[in-house]
Design a protein around this ligand. Structure first.
Ligand code: F6R
Length: 244
């Protein structure tokens, strides 16, 4: 596992956006899976800019949303659907056939998971996955205790996730479950990037990189991925041992 540290959030986001834009340029049929949230927000904006300015053909890549809050309509401004529509799909005018996000309103959520698993397998696997890290070490909605081999699944949300998650919404929201791509898919992805910025992420980044690999701290799985990369800014890396 590689760790790359950047001066600040802007430089980190620019680096990530460059990697994605170049990957699409070199491999137009790229399968990209991304988390939403505060961390990748600037990466998305810069990616759109780079794809447009670089005159990259982005009409063939596939975009997969990592997760969604169960029960939320895509029009809810705190939903992952809303985030990606506003940040990526609308600015790039992507064809709906190019992206696939979980329908968190589906009556049969197991079927939603099967659809995602089939999509991933039909596309020949995920090339690049970009994830953030929760304050409890979660990746997507793979909460503490989740098996490292699970594929797409519905998860009972941890108390920390329910309370930290309130930041995405205009007012208090009752959050209960999430639907998510599992860590089994992460392990099968060719290249995985975990991004984190800010001093509030320093503790979880230390555990991810220096702690034991354990189901009770899902992000520690990054240590086992054959091509995993942690991208952090100086604040998020402030508690790491100095020789890292
Ligand atoms: C969101 C997701 C979550 C976030 C994590 C960090 O789609 O998958 O696991 O990546 O909770 O969130 P932020 O980036 O808002 O700190």
């Amino acid at each position: 596992m590689q760790t790359l540290s950047f001066k600040n959030y802007e430089v980190l986001s620019d680096y990530m956006a460059d990697i994605i834009a170049n990957s699409i340029k070199n491999e137009p049929n790229l399968v990209l899976c991304m988390a939403s949230g505060s961390t990748p927000a600037l990466t998305c904006d810069l990616l759109v800019q780079k794809l447009k300015e670089g005159q990259v053909d982005y009409s063939k890549f596939t975009f997969l949303g990592l997760d969604e809050w169960v029960g939320l309509p895509p029009t809810n401004t705190g939903s992952c659907h809303y985030f990606f529509h506003k940040k990526i799909f609308e600015p790039l005018q992507l064809s709906p056939s190019q992206y696939f996000l979980f329908n968190a309103l589906a009556e049969d959520l197991k079927d939603e998971c099967s659809k995602m698993d089939k999509m991933i397998s039909d596309k020949g696997g995920i090339d690049i996955m970009i994830v953030g890290i929760g304050m409890n070490g979660h990746i997507g909605f793979n909460e503490p205790g989740t098996s490292f081999t699970l594929l797409s699944h519905v998860a009972e949300l941890d108390e920390i996730t329910k309370s930290v998650g309130q930041k995405y919404f205009d007012g208090p929201v009752a959050l209960g479950e999430g639907i998510t791509i599992g860590l089994g898919h992460l392990m099968n992805t060719k290249k995985v990037f975990l991004m984190a910025n800010g001093s509030k992420k320093a503790e979880v980044i230390k555990k991810t990189i220096e702690g034991p690999v354990t189901k009770s701290f899902p992000a520690s799985i990054m240590q086992k991925h054959p091509d995993g990369c942690i991208l952090i800014d100086e604040e998020a890396g402030s508690l790491l041992k100095k020789d890292k």
